[in-house]
Write a protein that binds this ligand. Structure first.
Ligand SMILES: Nc1ncnc2c1ncn2[C@@H]1O[C@H](COP(=O)(O)OP(=O)(O)O)[C@@H](O)[C@H]1O
Ligand SMILES: [Mg+2]
Length: 254
């Protein structure tokens, strides 16, 4: 089992991965991954390319199907839920994709309006207010009429996060939110993650970028050989003697 502790001492996880096994054909990706995530924390999930980080977080919203194990969200094993109920879970757990995934043919405004029109009964005026609020807090109010192709990489990522949180989710899954960004834009995204945490959101941030992990995370968990090989408070991870963790942080071969 992963070792668990968090800053505020609260011991009720909002999410628990329990002994999750996922393979594709003969290729074993997760071989008994177990991890707790606590309310209102930011957990960084680290590990090498292809370690299974995306597969693990995608399994929380039913996009990957474990062959074995349990995945609890607020006490319910989501693997027991019907497809309809899983759609409800996806409204409460947002996934900010690795590659933005904005609709190229829609303006920023319509990209943000899409989930609200699709999943809520809000009027166009309520939708407008919600979008303007979010654009404002992301420093994007000037961009509402632009199309994704008119935006810089950093702005595209911000719009991607804005769209992910537009339905006011309880948990936000960020899949490599700063990859491909320069340090200035990476810091912008990291500050956004911190800002959303201050508003009470729980976050899982997949990242290769240890600087970002140390900056945003309360705890860090490392996926290695299909399991969570280590988890601990960010300060503990910085000082850890764990061979695998140390090697990853310093970029040495394990
Ligand atoms: N749908 C799939 N079919 C076959 N293999 C997959 C599929 N999705 C992911 N994989 C494989 O699972 C492994 C873990 O992928 P992933 O979770 O994306 O890694 P990462 O830690 O880089 O996010 C990779 O080797 C990848 O090729
Ligand atoms: Mg990935």
């Amino acid at each position: 089992m992963a070792q668990n502790s968090n800053k505020n001492g609260s011991k009720t996880p909002i999410v628990t991965f329990e002994d999750v096994h996922i393979k594709f054909g003969d290729k074993v990706v997760l071989a008994g991954a177990s991890l707790d995530v606590y309310e209102n924390e930011t957990l960084a999930l680290i590990g090498g390319s292809g370690a299974g980080k995306s597969v693990l977080v995608r399994s929380l919203i039913g996009l990957e199907r474990p062959q074995k194990g349990k995945i609890f969200f607020r006490g319910t094993n989501i693997l027991d839920l019907s497809e309809n109920k899983i759609i409800d879970v996806r409204k409460r757990i947002a996934y900010a994709f690795q590659f933005g995934a904005l609709f190229d043919s829609l303006s920023v405004y319509d990209n943000l309006a899409y989930p609200l029109r699709e999943h809520t009964k809000m009027s166009e005026e309520e939708i407008r207010n919600r979008i303007m609020d979010v654009l404002h807090s992301f420093g994007l109010e000037e961009s509402s009429r632009l199309f994704p192709s008119n935006l810089s990489g950093g702005m595209q990522k911000r719009v991607g996060v804005a769209r992910a949180i537009i339905l006011d989710p309880e948990i936000i899954l960020y899949d490599e939110p700063t990859s491909g960004l320069d340090p200035f834009n990476a810091k912008n995204i990291n500050d956004l993650i911190i800002k959303l945490q201050k508003k009470g959101r729980t976050s899982i941030v997949i990242t290769h970028d240890m600087h970002s992990a140390f900056y945003v995370a309360d705890r860090i968990a490392m996926l290695y050989n299909g399991k969570i090989a280590y988890s601990g408070l960010t300060e503990e991870v910085k000082a850890s003697d764990n061979k695998v963790v140390k090697a990853f942080i310093t970029g040495e071969p394990v």
